[in-house]
Design a protein around this ligand. Structure first.
Ligand SMILES: Cc1cc2nc3c(=O)[nH]c(=O)nc-3n(C[C@H](O)[C@H](O)[C@H](O)COP(=O)(O)O)c2cc1C
Length: 218
């Protein structure tokens, strides 16, 4: 089949676009509002952009009423945000924090999640998450949308501090991803969790290229 998104002429009962970009990691973004209230929300339009130094981004579509999402407003106003990795064990809590509630509501409390203080930023961390990125806000890129909800704020931040729970670090210095069991978003309301890992090395690559792929510094 072929269709043009602008014409929405896929003829299927569900829009297939998001099912064609899978699996998507979930940025679970915590921030602090100007009133001091903590905010937490999942964003599966989330990625690392580079690694030296590391930058990440999350893309927040506007609310149905045309307002920008709380995570965007807070990240811009406070100049910081935190990403908390979502695991299979945290899936229900993550889902609770996706409810569109007013900024005065603290989604940590809504989902019964304990907070842990950050070291370099004021936004709290999800205590039970195995990995956290403390981020300094860098830039918002705004893309126009066909609808109010289609307009999107792409928030980019530099990762200035990384927490990893020791129990998930293997003796060989790599993370034990199968033990962490991160979840990722598919299309619709579908998710997946990482239950298998395989390794492939680029043939013929020289040592410098391999170091980059392996995440090592010169
Ligand atoms: C797994 C998951 C992924 C989501 N990804 C996005 C996303 O990438 N962009 C977005 O605008 N909303 C996304 N949402 C919806 C937001 O989490 C929701 O609108 C939330 O209320 C935003 O909260 P905030 O206004 O406090 O930032 C997602 C929801 C779930 C459950």
């Amino acid at each position: 089949m072929f269709y043009e998104p602008k014409k929405n002429n896929h003829g299927l009962s569900h829009d297939p676009f998001k099912s064609c970009v899978v699996p998507r990691p979930i940025g679970w973004i915590s921030t602090i509002g100007a009133d001091g209230v903590a905010n937490l929300a999942p964003y599966s339009q989330f990625q690392n952009l580079t690694f030296d130094p590391p930058y990440v981004m999350f893309a927040a579509n506007q609310k149905t009423d045309g307002h920008r999402k709380d995570s965007v407003v807070n990240a811009e106003q406070s100049g910081e945000f935190v990403h908390n990795m979502v695991t299979y064990d945290l899936r229900e809590a993550m889902n609770l924090t996706a409810q569109q509630v007013p900024p005065e509501v603290d989604e940590f409390e809504l989902a019964g999640l304990a907070k842990a203080p950050s070291r370099l930023v004021k936004a709290p961390r999800v205590a039970n998450s195995p990995v956290h990125f403390e981020c300094r806000y860098h830039l918002t890129v705004r893309l126009p949308g066909s609808s109010m909800m289609g307009a999107v704020d792409i928030v980019i931040g530099e990762v200035i501090g990384i927490h990893i729970k020791d129990e998930f670090i293997q003796p060989d210095g790599k993370l034990n991803i199968l033990k962490i069991r991160p979840i990722a978003r598919l299309g619709y309301y579908d998710y997946t969790s990482i239950e298998s890992v395989f390794e492939m090395i680029i043939p013929g690559s020289d040592e410098k290229v391999r170091l980059g792929m392996e995440g090592k510094r010169k």
